[in-house]
Design a protein around this ligand. Structure first.
Ligand code: DGJ
Length: 365
């Protein structure tokens, strides 16, 4: 932040932790957790210290006020070689795994080949576990591209600051019609997951929101009680009950869902790689829709690029007072480590409309 009272909005200033190091938490999410009786903000995101690769894993910061950001370190670590499972950190986190298990997990943790994007975290009251989901992608045998694997990765820990143990990566729900248009994925790659987010509802039901069918369509799927898998088996899941397909053929990503006064809101971007495009938003009565498209939330100069940002999440700062903050990424494709964050207040307007006013640097009144 520019100082300890002002948020960086469209100015996209560099943000530093309390030790003066650049924040590495891209494509992230901020929310409050109560840990050992203390409420704090936790910011999870992609560590891009080394740019796109080697992949830095998932970084966490914590804060009492959203300004002072304490580095909690890399909470989901990647590996140089499969032999890293023998190092103390990984032994402590994973125990003794047989070679088959190591190979299964290494595909998604191999820092020279994996892609870990848009990590999100939710707390499960029943199991007492913190659960991370992320877009697990990258090169693997049979798929040389960075985004051909297209899975969702899951990791769990007893504390939001880790160590997180990676459980595996999975394809998710699919539309059971082999003749349908699956975009560039095709039927072979059905259930693909790229940009994704999580949403935890008031009734403790959790949802994963993800771009699928070659990014054509936004899926919203219910998670199981432990939040570690889909609620219903992938091959028998019922469309409309266990999952929904939304904005079919509209190519949306960067999903950011939130709840305010009996309505659910979903802000998204279009699909133009690292380059920004106009945002759109939709409103619904339930997390799985049906969604009513409301258009572009940005009213001001620069709206054609969402003020040079792409949505990552919406921070429910004070739900009861309607204080919500949009958090976007200003990707710098030439130097991903120096990608910036754009925070903007959300304005709630009549008829369930919202606006993201352009503000350079700003504070709450
Ligand atoms: C847009 C996505 O929103 C980002 O998370 C990242 O996957 C880039 N595409 C890669 O081009």
């Amino acid at each position: 932040m520019p100082d300890n009272k002002t948020f960086s909005g469209a100015a996209g200033e560099r943000m530093y932790d309390t030790k003066g190091k650049l924040i590495q938490a891209h494509g992230g999410q901020i929310q409050k957790f109560t840990v050992n009786g203390t409420k704090r903000w936790y910011w999870i995101g992609e560590d891009k210290t080394d740019g796109y690769r080697p992949c830095g894993g998932i970084h966490m910061y914590s804060s009492s006020d959203l300004f002072q950001l304490k580095d909690e370190g890399v909470i989901l670590r990647t590996m140089d070689t499969i032999e890293d499972f023998m190092l103390p950190y990984f032994k402590q986190t994973y125990g003794d795994l047989d070679r088959i298990e190591q190979e299964r997990l290494f595909v998604d943790l191999d820092r020279q080949n994996c892609v870990i994007e848009r990590p999100k975290i939710i707390y499960n009251k029943k199991t007492g576990k913190y659960v991370i989901w992320f877009h697990a992608d990258g090169r693997c045998s049979g798929s040389e591209g960075d985004y051909g694997k297209a899975k969702a990765g899951v990791a769990i820990a007893d504390s939001p600051t880790g160590n997180f143990r990676f459980l595996g990566s999975y394809k998710l729900n699919y539309h059971n019609d082999p003749t349908a248009d699956y975009g560039f994925d095709g039927w072979e790659n059905r259930g693909s997951v790229r940009d994704m987010n999580l949403f935890l509802d008031k009734d403790d039901t959790a949802y994963i929101i993800y771009s699928s069918e070659g990014n054509r369509t936004t899926y919203i799927s219910k998670l199981n009680d432990a939040y570690t898998a889909l609620a219903a088996e992938r091959d028998t899941a019922r469309e409309g009950i266990d999952f929904t397909r939304n904005f079919i053929g509209a190519y949306k990503e960067a999903h950011a869902m939130f709840h305010y006064k009996n309505k659910y809101y979903l802000i998204q971007s279009g699909c133009t790689g690292w380059s920004p495009n106009p945002a759109s938003y939709a409103v619904a009565d339930c997390p799985m829709g049906p969604w009513k498209e409301m258009g572009d939330p940005c009213p001001d100069v620069g709206k054609e690029t969402t003020y040079d940002s792409q949505s990552a999440c919406v921070i429910p700062v004070e739900e009861e007072n309607g204080i919500y903050v949009y958090m976007g990424d200003r990707w710098n494709e030439q130097d991903l480590a120096d990608s910036r964050y754009v925070w903007l207040p959300i304005q709630f307007l009549p008829d369930s409309r919202i606006a993201l006013p352009r503000m350079e640097n700003w504070t709450f009144n």
